[in-house]
Design a binder for this molecule. Structure first.
Ligand SMILES: Cc1cc2nc3c(=O)[nH]c(=O)nc-3n(C[C@H](O)[C@H](O)[C@H](O)COP(=O)(O)OP(=O)(O)OC[C@H]3O[C@@H](n4cnc5c(N)ncnc54)[C@H](O)[C@@H]3O)c2cc1C
Length: 346
């Protein structure tokens, strides 16, 4: 008999993030596939009662909590100690965890301490009878594998964006407090603060419905023999603002900066999509002035509806990589799209 633990940390405001609620959906789906298996919740954070109350209706048999100001900030030593204590208190054999940046860096170490095994970037957890499998992608999302493990405990980090988040009514949960003995050394690292770009400067928005991808064409000479980089910047930023879209880029475009060429000032390598870049998950994607080469398009694996605008009817997108290709001038198309978005008619 497996004991399934949902392990999560609270957010700064004491709530749970979307990745946690997604991982909880995986836990519930697994428990049901195992014929109604028992599952429990383990939360770590400055305070865990409010978050436990949010999950009161999720069907968990028990709630465990590691709480205290020392568990508020992300810190390897205290996060690992909290996770280890929760797994032990729950006597968990299967532990399902949201793959947040915070958990990603500690869970392999926790698996080592527990004598267990860990799998990362998991996009599905299922069971046939009592046999549990996880699926994940390899070789930059080109191949999907299904894995099983006999070793327990098995710690499974579920990729954010891969599941529908759990939704349910809050209530009042009874939380069993799990003590953790910390040494002075485990609190040596102090988080002084968080620095992040201001609202509008933030171009990467994982929650956005639309991924807007800019290619190197935006900086190339246009029909009049001149590049129009400033105009391109305005069209792209306006679209991001009006559509609340996230900004991706091709490798060629971000690399141009390093080669001293005129580029879009707000782009960094973090925007790069593809084989050597990110694989974001958005319902829709629009590639503009970008050729749609295989190493770029592979990053679009989890974008559901893909469209592209390119002057070249023989570009890579035309060879089956986009659902819709507009053979058109992206400057003209985006200017019209922005106009419609501003009027609220697009
Ligand atoms: C090992 C390896 C890994 C790689 N990894 C990645 C990766 O992770 N991500 C990535 O992006 N690339 C990656 N690449 C590079 C990739 O193969 C492509 O070279 C790159 O993505 C092409 O960028 P691009 O389409 O922006 O530029 P270009 O190939 O220069 O294409 C520009 C396009 O803009 C169009 N255009 C110009 N003006 C207009 C206009 N007014 N309206 C509409 N269209 C216009 C042109 O027709 C052209 O198709 C990798 C390559 C290798 C070899």
């Amino acid at each position: 008999m497996e004991t399934v633990l949902f392990l999560a940390h609270t957010e700064v405001d004491g709530s749970l993030g979307k990745p946690a609620l997604e991982a909880l959906s995986s836990v519930r789906a697994l428990a049901s596939a195992l014929g109604g298996a028992r599952f429990v919740v383990g939360l770590a954070g400055a305070e865990v009662q409010p978050a436990s109350n949010l999950l009161a209706g999720c069907g968990a048999a028990e709630f465990f909590g590691v709480a205290g100001p020392e568990f508020g900030p992300s810190r390897y030593a205290t996060d690992a100690a909290a996770a280890e204590a929760l797994c032990k208190a729950a006597q968990a054999t299967i532990i399902i965890i949201p793959a947040t940046a915070r958990w990603n860096r500690v869970i392999a170490g926790v698996a080592q301490r527990l004598g267990g095994r860990v799998d990362t970037h998991v996009t599905g957890v299922s069971a046939a009878g009592t046999v549990i499998s996880v699926s994940r992608w390899y070789y930059r999302q080109r191949m999907e594998a299904t894995l099983r493990r006999a070793q327990r405990p098995w710690l499974i980090l579920v990729e954010p964006g891969s599941q529908a988040p759990w939704q349910g009514q809050p209530g009042v949960a009874t939380v069993r407090e799990v003590p953790v003995a910390l040494t002075e050394a485990s609190m040596r690292t102090i988080v002084l603060g968080v620095r992040q770009p201001l609202g509008d400067a933030q171009t990467i928005r994982p929650e956005a419905d639309l991924l807007f991808v800019a290619g190197a064409g935006w900086t190339k000479k246009q029909a009049d023999g001149q590049p129009h980089v400033k105009e391109a910047e305005k069209l792209i930023l306006d679209c991001l603002k009006l559509a609340r879209a996230s900004l991706g880029s091709s490798k060629s475009l971000v690399d141009l900066g390093g080669e001293g060429q005129a580029i879009l000032s707000f782009l960094t390598h973090l925007n790069q999509i593809g084989q050597t870049g990110a694989t974001p998950r958005h319902p829709k994607g629009l590639a503009t002035c970008c050729h749609g080469e295989e190493p770029h398009a592979v990053g679009w694996r989890f974008v559901n509806e893909r469209r592209a605008i390119n002057l070249d009817p023989n570009c890579g997108w035309a060879r089956g990589k986009a659902d819709v290709l507009y053979v058109a001038d992206a400057f003209a198309v985006m200017s019209k799209v922005n106009q419609l978005l501003a009027q609220g008619t697009a």
